[in-house]
Write a protein that binds this ligand. Sequence first.
Ligand SMILES: Nc1ncnc2c1ncn2[C@@H]1O[C@H](COP(=O)(O)OP(=O)(O)OP(=O)(O)O)[C@@H](O)[C@H]1O
Length: 251
Amino acid sequence: MVLKIEGLVKRFGATTAVAGIDLSVHAGTIFGIVGPNGAGKTTTLSMVTGLLKPDDGRVIVHGADVWAKPAVAKRNMGVLPDRLRLFDRLTGAQLLFYSGTLRGLSRAAVVARTADLARAFALDDALDRLVSDYSAGMTKKIALAAAMIHSPRLLVLDEPFESVDPVSSANIIDILRRYVGAGGTVVLSSHSMDLIERICDDVAVVVNGAVLDTGTVEQVRQGRTLEERFVQLAGGANKAEGLEWLHNFSD
Ligand SMILES: Nc1ncnc2c1ncn2[C@@H]1O[C@H](COP(=O)(O)OP(=O)(O)OP(=O)(O)O)[C@@H](O)[C@H]1O
């Protein structure tokens, strides 16, 4: 077991964002977390990666408690956080150099890995430009590269495919599959049910801060598409009523 989440709880004032989540993620798998907007996915992943302190519960990464032994646990993790807060006044190459060096890699290793990552993410031509000038998808890719540079056992990726073009998505999927094939583990959140269905081994459906269903994608789908099952668990689609004024054009 690479990641074990036990009884995680987080409250923000009167809002309970995460209401007691338990999950287990096995090595060599891709685990998808899906849920409606505001369900608590980012809050959960932030607690898993040591960015946000839980009110209750534990997170164990490769045997180390994230909150009791943060240095040990974090060494084994690569993180793509929500709302990327990058040092974007650095060039892509500088950002990767900073990330790798911070993770204890030698200069030679960082330089070699930067070249490999730039090629894999099709960012060769962008390496010498400021990250602040990157497009949304390019920013996502450089952040993903920075999360991987120290070859962690576990990658925790919040919406890794958001704003990423289809060719780059296929590329990233290929990179993640090979990483998992070699024994790595990925936990990711996404709103793309097709993608989750295609690439994940296991999935958890989180609604209102609680896991409503989890298991293999097959088990959770129950013979339907994951999207149909998701909409059912999330309480059904909203009826688009009450917007009649939108159909009476003002001109
Ligand atoms: N720092 C904060 N202060 C107050 N409330 C917060 C904070 N962070 C999250 N919340 C609330 O916690 C709940 C869960 O938010 P979270 O960002 O975890 O949802 P999510 O599942 O990632 O949503 P989305 O799919 O829209 O990204 C929401 O009601 C949100 O408003």
